[in-house]
Design a protein around this ligand. Structure first.
Ligand SMILES: [Zn+2]
Ligand SMILES: [Zn+2]
Length: 816
């Protein structure tokens, strides 16, 4: 056994072990192993933004704790890491960086530039992940932008198409006018904004008018009907008649619909193409005509007549002005309204009707619900978010996007007869934008002219097959051995995307759920309790924390910050506390290493003293609690229990109470020293193991210096997780009394500002009962040795003096 040096440099130790672990290959998944049970983690592939923030530290730490714990439990752990590469922000940044427009360069050239940027960001994030000691098996790394991943994404498209779960059609979709692409419901966020409600007069055919309240007068050119509630007595006589749409030079019918709220505005509404989802519903229900007055850029289309070409804001202004001129604005009122915005750029979304590709997701909702109920959720209440989301979906998933840097849709069209040509699996990966289909002629009309599908796939369409992909689909024949994944970790903010899309896609493709359990992390709050965000001035960058206190302390903050699934505030004092704990651990184990130099590890226990048995039983108890907590993904409980045990019971109480035995075998005997050494040796090893999943570096460093020679495991991280031996209730109960007495005396000394080694001339303990007196008499030597007492007297009677905390019947007097 080596002695621990006095000084230790956290950052140096961390860097050293990160390299060595990689060399040792201890995170490597063994594909051939059929003996050990496997544990598969579906690590969410992040979007390579180049940023690594405290939220990343939190969620990576969560699943790394699970990975390390399971490895120690004897599992063959598959812990892959992928990158969800495609995305609009990369396109925008690439355009800026090279001062180009994506539509003006060949698509394959633009894709290359996006790939370069993405690779740069992956390297940055990969370094951060390594620095946090995330025990990923890097041989399993995958990137969704690689041809090999394209092949899998495209194959999944073909399979779903053949299963009739993908279709092409013209339907209303959410559209971001700034990003100029369709987006899914999951990508629409809701914001409250201040709007203006305009009361506009519509002329009735037989004279008079109806007032209609709307926040979007610019949609007047798209108004296709006017609706009232069928039970609204005020408007009964107008139903079925026509009414003129101001500024549009058009008459529309007045119809009834239950969805009209008589209490909103005047109770008369205009139905447009499309103001909101209610317009879509009404249009479909009553088979109304469709007049698209807004185009893909968010400008007024030719259907808007004289307003064509204006932006929506300009059109609103112009139309309101025209209405005012004609005296058609009755009044205006301010209105708080909820609007949908693009999650990437915050631009209000429009509903356009367009030809797009869709996946039939809504019909799978009952299956999604059934499976969501079958899997284990940490914490349990999070399953509701997935189920509620699936049930709330009005539309199928629009999977086509009008972008460039993405997986191409493997489809061409016959120029003559418009027949769809779907790629064959053995053509994949393929980019129809640059390659023709591998056929001679159209099977329907014989034409040899084809045109490519230029739309590409939604990024979620790539990443939502990850569970099958890292299991080896479609190449490994036995990929189902590693499927479904045992764990899918996710933030609660992406349950509706990641957890949902994974579920719905794997169910559609394989009729199987993709994961058996779902681990949910909360968000990281800033020091002011608000969401941590660069724009709020409460942002702390992860490298700042790692540079100052190291990964072990940052990981402790993640583990102990709060219950799994809850939001975790970032507070510097929490990280400092974690760091101080590591120093305490180092100093205590260093002390032990000095006193264990002549100790030969042995299975045969020396005759243990009460305090030794007390500590070992407490250790068994904490082992049990930590194990149960880790099985349940309650990281805060596991870590708090272990940290409290280490700090207070092992360091503050036990080590203090055995120093006299370690220092003075000539007074207290060799056997008592051996018993203390045995206990210390056993307890520290177990403590290191319990701490290893959360603070991997320091535990490894101490393990290698003190234990590796004897225990012979290559690393503490593959040592078998401890099983509790037995709880010794009696030793704990009596030991608690002994520890309380010693603690009280030490407290008194420090209250009196006396050094702890100040001698007590005479100590008289009034035990309050025969039983307590008996116990304390047996341990009198430890009390005297620890509290530096020259003479000690223990009496069974109740007596005077200072009360021992927690033991109202036990008092003592000390003469200094
Ligand atoms: Zn957008
Ligand atoms: Zn054809």
């Amino acid at each position: 056994m080596k002695q621990l040096p006095k000084e230790f440099n956290v950052l140096q130790i961390e860097e050293k072990w990160q390299k060595r672990w990689e060399e040792m290959g201890i995170y490597r998944f063994d594909w051939k192993d059929r003996k050990r049970p496997t544990y598969v983690i579906d690590t969410p592939p992040p979007y390579p933004s180049g940023d690594f923030h405290m939220g990343n530290v939190l969620n990576w730490t969560y699943f790394d704790i699970v990975a390390r714990y399971k490895r120690m439990r004897g599992y063959n752990v598959l812990f892959p890491q992928g990158w969800d590469c495609h995305g609009l922000p990369t396109e925008v940044e690439t355009e800026k960086e090279h001062n180009i427009k994506k539509r003006e360069v060949p698509p394959d050239h633009f894709v290359k530039l996006c790939e370069q940027l993405t690779s740069k960001y992956i390297d940055i994030m990969k370094n951060s992940i390594k620095r946090l000691a995330i025990s990923v098996d890097w041989t399993t790394e995958y990137k969704t932008m690689n041809p090999d991943f394209w092949r899998r994404t495209q194959l999944s498209f073909i399979l779903l198409h053949k299963k009739d779960l993908i279709y092409q059609g013209t339907y209303p979709i959410n559209w971001c006018p700034r990003c100029e692409t369709a987006i899914a419901d999951a990508e629409v966020e809701h914001e409250t904004k201040q709007g203006t409600l305009h009361y506009i007069k519509f002329q009735l055919e037989d004279g008079g008018h109806l007032s209609i309240a709307t926040t979007r007068p610019e949609l007047l050119p798209a108004c296709v009907t006017v609706a009232v509630n069928p039970h609204d007595e005020r408007y009964k006589q107008h139903i079925g008649k026509t009414i003129a749409v101001p500024t549009a030079n058009r008459k529309v019918k007045i119809i009834t619909d239950d969805l009209v709220d008589p209490a909103f505005g005047t109770g008369v509404v205009m139905i447009c193409t499309y103001g909101d989802k209610a317009d879509v519903k009404c249009t479909q229900k009553h088979k109304l005509s469709v007049i698209m007055a807004i185009n893909e850029k968010g400008e007024m289309s030719k259907n808007a007549g004289k307003y064509a070409g204006l932006t929506m804001d300009q059109a609103r202004e112009a139309i309101v002005k025209d209405l005012e001129k004609q005296g058609l604005i009755e009044k205006t009122e301010p209105l708080q309204q909820e609007i949908g915005v693009c999650w990437r750029c915050d631009t209000p979304i429009e509903i356009l009707e367009q030809e797009q590709w869709f996946m039939k997701t809504r019909m799978l909702t009952p299956l999604v619900e059934k499976n969501a109920l079958e899997i284990t959720w940490y914490p349990d209440y999070m399953k509701k978010r997935l189920i509620d989301w699936a049930k709330s979906l009005d539309w199928d998933w629009v999977i086509s996007r009008q972008r460039i840097f993405a997986t191409p849709i493997p489809v061409w069209y016959c120029k003559k007869c418009e027949q769809i040509i779907l790629a064959e699996p053995d053509w994949l990966p393929i980019d129809p934008r640059t390659e023709p289909p591998k056929i001679d002629k159209c099977s329907k009309c014989g034409s040899t002219n084809f045109k490519p599908e230029t739309d590409v796939l939604d990024t979620w369409f790539d990443s939502s097959i990850s569970c099958a992909v890292h299991a080896g689909w479609p190449d490994k024949k036995d990929w189902q051995t590693w499927f479904p994944a045992d764990l899918h970790p996710s933030g609660y903010d992406i349950i509706r995307t990641w957890a949902y899309y994974l579920m719905v896609r794997h169910l559609a493709l394989f009729d199987q759920k993709p994961y058996k359990s779902c681990l949910i992390n909360g968000m990281v709050l800033g020091t002011d309790g608000r969401m941590m965000h660069k724009s709020l001035g409460n942002y702390v960058a992860a490298p700042e924390v790692l540079d100052k206190y190291g990964a072990d302390a940052a990981r402790q903050w993640s583990a102990t910050g709060g219950a799994t699934g809850s939001d975790i505030p970032f507070r510097w004092p929490d990280v400092e506390y974690a760091w101080r704990f590591l120093i305490k651990l180092w100093n205590a184990t260093r002390f032990a290493s000095l006193h264990l130099q002549d100790y030969t590890p042995t299975k045969k226990e020396a005759k243990l003293e009460l305090i030794d048995r007390w500590l070992l039983s407490k250790l068994d108890r904490v082992t049990q609690k930590a194990t149960e907590a880790l099985d349940d993904c309650q990281f805060n409980i596991a870590m708090e229990e272990t940290r409290n045990f280490t700090w207070h019971q092992l360091c503050d109480r036990y080590i203090e109470a055995i120093k006299h035995r370690l220092y003075k075998p000539e007074t207290y005997g060799e056997e008592k020293r051996k018993a203390a050494q045995y206990t210390l040796y056993t307890a520290i090893y177990r403590t290191l193991q319990l701490l290893a999943p959360v603070s991997p570096h320091i535990t490894e460093e101490i393990y290698q210096l003190m234990y590796a020679e004897d225990k012979k495991h290559k690393s503490i991280h593959i040592s078998p997780w401890p099983t509790p031996q037995k709880i010794d209730e009696e030793a704990e109960k009596y030991g608690d009394l002994l520890v309380a007495v010693i603690g009280e005396i030490r407290r008194e000394k420090s209250e009196k500002r006396l050094p702890l080694n100040t001698f007590i001339k005479k100590l008289t303990i009034y035990a309050g009962s025969k039983k307590s007196a008996h116990i304390l008499k047996q341990t009198a030597e430890d009390i005297a040795g620890t509290c530096k007492t020259e003479k000690i007297e223990i009496l069974p009677k109740k007596g005077e003096g200072r009360e021992v905390q927690g033991y109202a019947n036990v008092h003592y007097t000390a003469n200094y």
